[in-house]
Design a protein around this ligand. Structure first.
Ligand code: GTP
Ligand code: MG
Length: 170
């Protein structure tokens, strides 16, 4: 029969990578050019139907500013899934994403479904991180990888859909 799954999901990544914008696109179908930097964290929920299940995502959109780093474990602890976001036009944000992956590998739930999202894929002319580099990093570390654009909506629903498909069916 059809299963109902509740899944806590956390977004982590550098300031300005586009975490809030991805959530706003997924939850409300909107995009704003001047999205305000998140203070602490913000909570959203959204339901997604996949073949055999209805997944209710309980989404924690964390703040990328370094002064909030110590709060992060509250949001990733017990999470079934994480989306680690970087900005394809910003090499430092890719390095920051790798640090988040390391932290989750060390401290997170070992069965966590992890996605690496290379966001701002609409800004191809300003690209600094190649998709090959990110794809091979993701593969080596057991994440799945997609390039997304919160602005154009490219691959945004797809990331959540892929996660929903990979969540354990209890
Ligand atoms: P913090 O809350 O500070 O950690 O940042 P964040 O990761 O939530 O980033 P946010 O969603 O606030 O986006 C930062 C800026 O990037 C905003 O001005 C967005 O409009 C812009 N932005 C986000 N996603 C995209 C995208 O896919 N393409 C483009 N061109 N701009 C984007
Ligand atoms: Mg934010």
């Amino acid at each position: 029969g059809n299963k109902n799954i509740n899944a806590k999901l956390v977004l982590l990544g550098d300031v300005g990578a586009g975490k809030s914008s991805l959530v706003l696109r997924f939850v409300k179908g909107q995009f704003v050019e001047f999205q305000e930097s998140t203070i602490g964290a913000a909570f959203f929920s959204q339901t997604l139907a996949v073949n055999d299940a209805t997944v209710k995502f309980e989404i924690w959109d964390t703040a990328g500013q370094e002064r909030y780093h110590s709060l992060a474990p509250m949001y990733y602890r017990g999470a079934a899934a994480a989306i680690i976001v970087y900005d394809i036009t910003n090499q430092a944000s890719f390095e920051r994403a790798k640090k988040w992956v390391q932290e989750l590998q060390a401290q997170g739930n070992p069965n966590m479904v992890m996605a690496l999202a290379g966001n701002k894929a609409d800004l191809l002319d300003a690209r600094k991180v190649t998709s090959e580099e990110a794809q091979s990093y993701a593969q080596e570390n057991g994440l799945f990888f997609m390039e997304t654009s919160a602005k154009t909506a490219a691959n945004v629903n797809d990331v959540f859909y892929e996660i929903a498909k990979r969540l354990p069916r209890v």
